[in-house]
Design a protein around this ligand. Structure first.
Ligand code: NAD
Ligand code: FES
Length: 289
């Protein structure tokens, strides 16, 4: 069991948990993630590591309520426990002195980008971060990103905070005003990562994206996280999650991620109906939590 020490919403539907997980906290490197399961019969889901404190033995994860499991997870609080947390998983981000690096965080993807941005800054890079969200309330980790960036640019889709637009508008401006960019890291929704990739491909700017396909075992055995990279099958859990954006087949990624959409929607609807009937969250899953 992994005890939740702190739990706080960063934005509507986006919660940060501080977990007691000393072994994972000691090993975790930027770019890696964990897979967790809340209760015995529950599904296993990949979750973003936002930070860790090896001395305190704690791991920070950030979770967006999307399906049943993430809604259930975000109903937990300090003092509750999570059944299992496996990790750290995946290859760490490549950290070296590249020169000028642009880190693009789209929505909750910012939490995944943050530790890598911090490590790139520590490695001596000039870090320009672009953080985008649908609206002001959904901008997360602004202070943290500012602390590890030489420059932080913010966009909101509706213009309710800083500048109206998409993260790609800011990236385009940087490219057009002649900023020499040595590396772009983009983490966020697939459409955003694809748009960034198309934009940088033309100028041959090296671009990495962090993919989060459906995952089950996280060890390269089940094939659930198969992605098509440069025409070849790779597993995001062991070969990624970061890949060269210009080699990623985003169409296949979209297709595979939507394979279980109907079942996921039904499961979420049933869960919400159960909760609506004033049942506590644990009464709405088989075996409780
Ligand atoms: P969102 O839909 O609110 O989008 C966030 C930002 O992405 C927008 O504000 C905009 O700036 C940009 N964007 C969106 N559509 C775009 C387009 N067509 N062109 C250019 N830019 C665009 O994001 P959200 O609801 O916070 O969802 C975040 C997504 O990130 C989820 O789909 C989640 O699966 C994914 N995610 C990925 C990882 C990872 O490791 N890759 C980690 C966590 C979350
Ligand atoms: Fe099973 Fe990657 S999650 S192979």
């Amino acid at each position: 069991m992994f005890k939740i020490l702190e739990a706080k919403f960063l934005a509507p539907g986006i919660k940060r948990f501080v977990l007691e997980a000393p072994r994972i906290a000691r090993k975790q490197k930027p770019g890696q993630f964990v897979i967790l399961r809340i209760y015995e019969e529950g599904e296993r889901i990949p979750v973003t590591i936002e930070n860790s404190d090896p001395e305190r033995g704690t791991l920070n994860i950030v979770v967006q309520s999307i399906g049943k499991t993430t809604h259930l997870l975000n109903s937990l609080n300090a003092g509750d426990s999570i059944l299992d947390v496996v990790g750290p998983l995946g290859k760490p981000s490549e950290i070296e002195k590249f020169g000028t690096v642009v880190v693009v965080g789209g929505g909750v993807g910012t939490a995944m980008a943050y530790p890598t941005a911090a490590a790139l800054k520590r490695a001596g890079n000039r870090v320009i971060s672009i953080v985008g969200a649908r609206n002001k309330e959904l901008v997360i980790l602004e202070r943290e990103m500012r602390e590890v960036s030489d420059e932080l640019l913010i966009t909101t889709d509706d213009g309710s905070y800083v500048e109206k637009g998409f993260v790609t508008d800011k990236l385009r401006q940087l490219m057009q005003n002649g900023t020499k960019i040595d590396l772009v890291l983009a983490v966020g929704p697939i459409v955003m990562m694809k748009a960034v990739s198309e934009m940088t491909r033309k100028d041959g700017i090296r671009t990495m994206v962090s993919l989060n396909p459906i995952m089950i075992d996280g060890t390269g055995m089940c094939g659930g996280c198969r992605v098509l990279i440069d025409g070849k099958s790779e597993f995001a859990c062991v070969d990624g999650p970061e890949f060269d954006a210009h080699k990623v087949n985003f169409e296949v990624l979209v297709q595979r991620n939507s394979m279980y959409r109907d079942a996921e929607q039904k499961s979420l609807t049933d869960f919400k109906e159960c909760q609506h009937a004033a049942q506590p969250a644990e009464a709405c899953v088989p075996g409780g939590r």
